[in-house]
Design a protein around this ligand. Structure first.
Ligand code: F6P
Length: 497
């Protein structure tokens, strides 16, 4: 019997039966790490499943893969390179760690110089980037800003002028710093926006717009060629994937807006989670256990989605961030060796904020026909100074939803029956600060990696995004010969000849 079949053959217990059978269930399935309490007790994980997944992990070489990841081995085999985001946090091959440290010292020196007025008076920052060059920085800014920052920072990603225009209307061009974040330094959306910002600066009478640009990229030569002064080009290693890059110089706008100390805390929190992932046995390893749960629900219970609800406004962008991290990494149909993947790849990740989502989508979670594993996040320390009822209400609603999903409630009236036995994981953060957020994001990265290893896929490439770019370029170039009739008709209707 192969390992998946053995896992599938395990008798399914209800959550109620698991709790009834084991008074120590909460203690066994909850873990503390870096200011975060992870509660897996409301999942169907049990010792037999854990054993089955540990055997699968051994067969898939998970322990060796973790070593390879954190030692700079070229595990991104389709692109022939390593995946060195942990080196940005000080865990990796010595040369890569040292390289990241030197590049980050340059980044910090530029932050200090700008703070000291080297580029004149700066009040506003426009950070342009998309995907990994925007989602991470924006998540960090939204989660960690306290409201008295020296700079107002806008992260703009969309090519849609509706995103950029209101910012240009609000900001003072003479006091604006433009930060262009692009690993490849070629992404169409980012460079159209960059041109519009420099044009706006020129129109507003800024004499040297290029003197107010900072570039964050793995392709420094391209940035210089584009016109950015070499002293304001902050490179990072090509081995850091875009969606894993917030730890690198891509975090420049975060360090400038929130302070270098906050950024250092973030890196330290990430490094704590790296050490845990490297060292903890798999029965205590939080990202690995989370991946076991993911695989259980995805492969054995056929759950096609996973929902993430942050009971904290500050973490409202977390689902968007996780969508790229997990779906761009693990949304694949082939194994690392190119053979077909014969099981489900990444679940569709979706979510929102509590309590809003309770009044919108929770109907389906409680009574719909889909089984959706839910992930709740909450922070013990409130991020505001309003009456305690706000935070009490917020957190207790979060806990009540997990309880209701699990226990359900029987009724003779089918409309009012709650089947229960619906799983959830709760992540309870002591506080929302650089360290806990760093540990949280690193947890998600490692969980994504562990899932990829269990499936046998390469999480570090993303060829799936290329065809759409090619076709958009063909349409933009006026070459619609290859297009289908529907697409051609849409184009002609929007842009009649
Ligand atoms: O198109 C997808 C993608 O390549 C992502 O992987 C990446 O995060 C994003 O585009 C932005 O790319 P870049 O940082 O090179 O502009």
């Amino acid at each position: 019997m192969d390992h998946w079949t053995a896992i599938e053959a395990q008798p399914a217990s209800t959550l109620k039966a698991l709790f009834d059978a084991d008074p120590d269930r909460v203690a066994q399935w909850s873990f503390d790490q870096s200011g975060i309490y992870f509660d897996f007790s409301k999942t169907h994980m049990n010792s037999a499943l854990l054993d089955g997944f540990q055997k699968l992990s051994a067969a898939k070489g998970l322990a060796d893969q973790i070593e390879a990841l954190t030692n700079g081995v070229a595990i991104n085999i389709s692109e022939g390179r390593a995946a060195e985001h942990t080196a940005e946090r000080g865990i990796g091959a010595d040369t890569s760690v040292e390289n990241a440290r030197l590049l980050k010292s340059r980044m910090k020196a530029l932050v200090q110089a700008i703070d000291a007025g080297a580029l004149g008076e700066i009040e506003h920052i426009i950070h342009l980037g998309i995907g990994g060059s925007a989602l991470g920085p924006e998540l960090l800014l939204e989660a960690l800003k306290i409201g008295d920052e020296k700079y107002e920072t806008a992260v703009i990603s969309n090519i849609d002028g509706c995103a950029l225009e209101p910012v240009l209307e609000r900001f003072d061009a003479h006091k604006t710093l433009l930060v262009i974040a692009s690993k490849s330094f070629t992404t169409a959306e980012t460079f159209l926006n960059a041109r519009s910002v420099t044009d706006w600066m020129t129109e507003q009478g800024v004499t040297d717009p290029f003197g107010k640009i900072v570039a964050l990229t793995a392709m420094p030569d391209k940035a210089v060629e584009w016109g950015v002064d070499e002293s304001r080009v902050l490179p990072f290693s090509e081995t850091v994937g875009g969606r894993y890059s917030l730890w690198s110089c891509i975090g420049f706008s975060v360090a400038l807006t929130l302070g270098v100390d906050v950024f250092d805390d973030l890196l330290a929190g990430g490094a704590e989670m790296d050490q845990h992932f490297k060292e903890a046995s798999f029965d205590q390893n939080i990202p690995v256990i989370a991946a076991f749960c993911d695989q259980y629900y995805s492969q054995i219970r056929n759950c096609e989605t996973r929902a993430v609800f942050a009971y904290d406004e500050r973490l409202g962008l977390l689902p968007d961030y996780l969508q790229q991290l997990e779906m761009e990494s693990n949304g694949k149909s082939v194994l690392a060796d190119g053979k077909p993947l014969d099981r489900h790849s990444s679940p569709i990740v979706w979510g929102g904020v509590g309590t809003d989502a309770q009044h919108a989508v929770f109907q389906l979670l409680h009574q719909g026909t889909h089984l959706v594993p839910v992930e709740f996040l909450a922070v013990i320390e409130p991020g505001h100074s309003l009456a305690a009822e706000h935070h009490h209400g917020l957190l207790l609603n979060c806990f009540a939803q997990g309880a209701a999903l699990m226990t359900g409630k029987e009724s003779d009236d089918a409309n009012r029956n709650y089947p229960g036995d619906r799983p959830s994981v709760t992540l309870l953060l002591d506080d929302l600060d650089g360290r806990t957020l760093g540990a949280l994001i690193a947890f998600y990265e490692h969980r994504t990696f562990a899932n990829a290893v269990l499936l046998g896929i390469n999480p570090y490439d993303q060829f799936g995004v290329e065809l759409g770019k090619e076709m958009a370029n063909a349409l933009l170039a006026g070459d619609s010969n290859q297009m289908d009739l529907s697409t051609e008709t849409l184009k002609n209707r929007a842009f009649p000849a």
